[in-house]
Design a protein around this ligand. Structure first.
Ligand SMILES: [Zn+2]
Length: 378
């Protein structure tokens, strides 16, 4: 039995949002190719699988039927309308794309397969790079996300009677997931992200901790612009392991967006691949059963390298970089940069402010959320 499965669909990776759109599913193909060149499939521990599409019913676990109806119609070629626009379809961020409904079925199908493999005990960990569409709501599209595959998977797992912790490392707040499970105590959501004061979706303050039965089960860690590896990894270690330890989920669903990094064109955090890798490694240490999804990442070269490091952590295999460089092949230029970066620490006043914000948020969570979950101070 392999320890980890990489779920890859050429149809998913090949779907094109358009030349001018920053979201590139193709990153998944680049990441898989880099994993292959680094020898990260050369073990019985690590295998690959081609997932199939979900059906309409599966999307209906999370989404309103009226929304899916509009989405199907624009996918079939129906032009712009006020009805579509009211559902977030036909904007710059979510343009009307022919075939988008099939893409959504396939993305959700891959994510459902990824979580079921782990929930069934078939493998310990999975990686599904074309997933993690955490912004879509039950009845609308936003932020490049037409359906919320994480929401679909969480509803599915909840129906199976499982307790799930959702850990979201994308630079953007996971607003769609938060909103959908805000009053739920069987889904713990933890999102580390750039503060909503400077970045879409403008939400995710530490004070948003859930409501009703779900109070304390929604955790936000908003970080300041220019937060670097040192601050990020420190916050991660102080918040995520104690909460997972207290909640004791049956499995962890992670969103491993790589748009937290220093060269990302859409965000303002300053992680390197090293900080990203350290956080994913720490997550693996604290989540024995883990289904991981790709998410954002708009420097496509760095994202491929981050996801290669993520797959290395998930599979427990060390990358053979020299081997990869020797083989060369179809990838050129920035694809050949080393997997690990030289450190890029933030210095001076911005660093002090990043520390102050991080310490203040951690302290707030330790006073409010930790006692509700029975989490221990590290
Ligand atoms: Zn993002």
């Amino acid at each position: 039995m392999p320890r980890a499965v990489f779920l890859y669909s050429e149809v998913l990776a090949g779907f094109d949002y358009g030349d001018d759109h920053p979201f590139k599913p193709l990153r998944a193909r680049n990441a898989r190719e880099l994993c292959r060149r680094c020898g990260l499939f050369d073990s019985p521990e690590a295998s690959q699988m081609e997932p199939g599409p979900a059906d309409d019913e599966a999307l209906g676990l999370f989404h309103e039927p009226e929304y899916l109806d509009v989405l199907r119609r624009v996918s079939g070629g129906e032009g712009p309308s006020l009805e579509a626009l009211a559902r977030g379809l036909g904007t710059e961020e979510c343009p009307l794309l022919p075939g988008i409904y099939d893409f959504c079925l396939r993305a959700a199908g891959a994510t459902l397969r990824a979580v079921d493999l782990v929930a069934d005990g078939a493998v310990d960990r999975t990686f599904q790079p074309v997933g993690g569409f955490h912004h879509a709501g039950r009845g609308h599209a936003e932020g490049f996300c037409y359906v919320n595959d994480m929401g679909v998977a969480l509803e599915h797992l909840r129906a199976r009677g499982l307790r799930v912790a959702c850990v979201d490392l994308d630079a953007h707040h996971g607003n769609g997931v938060q909103e959908a499970f805000y009053d739920d105590d069987r889904v713990l959501t933890v999102s580390l992200h750039e503060s909503g004061e400077t970045l879409y979706p403008w939400s995710g303050a530490e004070t948003e901790i859930g409501e009703g039965r779900g109070e304390g089960f929604n955790v936000n860690v908003p970080l300041l612009e220019r937060t670097d590896d040192e601050v990020y990894v420190s916050v991660f270690r102080r918040v995520v392991p104690p909460l997972l330890d207290a909640f004791q989920p049956d499995l962890v669903l992670a969103q491993l967006g790589a748009d937290t990094t220093v060269s990302d064109p859409l965000t303002h955090l300053r992680l390197t691949n090293n900080g990203y890798h350290a956080a994913v490694t720490a997550l693996c240490e604290n989540a024995p059963r883990l289904a991981a999804l790709g998410g954002g990442g708009y420097d496509i070269y760095r994202t491929a390298r981050c996801w290669t490091l993520a797959w290395s952590a998930l599979s427990g295999l060390a990358p053979e970089e020299d081997y990869a460089a020797l083989l060369g092949g179809a990838m050129h230029g920035r694809d050949m940069e080393p997997l690990f970066d030289p450190p890029v620490p933030t210095r001076g006043e911005p660093k002090e402010r990043a520390w102050e914000q991080a310490d203040r948020v951690v302290s707030y969570l330790q006073r409010t959320v930790f006692p509700r979950l029975g989490a221990k101070l590290p």
